[in-house]
Ligand binder design. Sequence first.
Ligand code: GAR
Length: 217
Amino acid sequence: MEKLRVAVLISGRGSNLQALIDACAEEGFPARIVVVISNTENAMGLERAERAGIPTKVIQHQEFADRAEFDAALERTIQNYDANFICLAGFMRLLTSGFVDSWHDRLINIHPSLLPSFRGLDTHARALAAGVRFSGCSVHFVRSEVDAGPIIVQAAVPVHPDDTPDTLAARVLTAEHRCYPLALRWIADGRVTVEGDVVRVAGARVPKKNLVNPGEH
Ligand code: GAR
C-alpha cells in the first residue's frame, strides 16, 4: 500500500510533530511527512523537521490580507508537495471553512483536553478551575467549528491535587505524544471510518479498567 503523504502544520515547539517524525521513522509506518509548514518563522518545530531532513516552509499569516488568502497559500504549498493528508500539531491559526471543508476527513488535530470539554485556549488552567478529576487529550477530525469534529482517540490522565497548569500540561503532553501517532497509523492503515459524528476504528480494543480519582483506599 502507498504511504499517506502528510503535511504537518505547526506554530511553535513542535513536540507533537517530533512524535509524528519518530513514528514515521519506524519501519513499516504507513505514513510519511512530506512537508512541515509553520505560520511563524521562529517555530522550534522547524528545526526538528530540518534535523529529520523534511522540507519546511514558513507562511507568515501577517503577510496576507485575510484568512482566505493565507489559506490559499497553504493550499498551494500542500499541493506542491503532493500531500494528501494534513495533521495540525499545535497550529494556532483558525482555518476558513472553505479550507476545512475541502479537506473533509483528511485533516486532523490534537487538542489538550477531553473534548468536547475545554475547547479553545488555556485548557489546563480552565480544567483546574473547573475541578475535574481527569483531563487528557483528543485527536479528532477537523470541522469548521473550533476544536470540534469526530474523535478518533482520547487519553485520560488524572488531575493531581497540587497540579498547576504546567504540571498538568506536561502530563497531558506525554499522552498526546502517544495518541497522535496512533491516530495517524490507524487512518493510514485504512482502519478508520467516520459515521456522522462517530469514528469507528476497526479492531480497536477497549481498555478493561475504569479509572477512579481520587483512588479508593
Ligand atoms: C499541544 O499541547 C497541542 O495539543 C496544543 O498546543 C500544544 C502544541 O505543542 N494545541 C492546541 O491547543 C490546539 N487547539 P507542540 O508544539 O509541542 O506540539
